[in-house]
Write a new protein. Structure first.
Length: 46
């Protein structure tokens, strides 16, 4: 059975990983929006 220290460490690791994942999702969303904007701009130009 895992000790309390192991459980705490695992919980912190999961929290840290989820924070990193959330930040990466935000960055990718912004990049996608910028790319969409550039694509729409290029289509609207004569």
């Amino acid at each position: 059975m895992a000790s309390m220290r192991d459980i705490k460490r695992r919980r912190e690791s999961i929290t840290s990983t989820s924070q990193i994942t959330k930040a990466m999702k935000l960055v990718s969303t912004v990049k996608l929006q910028k790319a969409k904007g550039r694509a729409e701009e290029s289509w609207s130009r004569p």
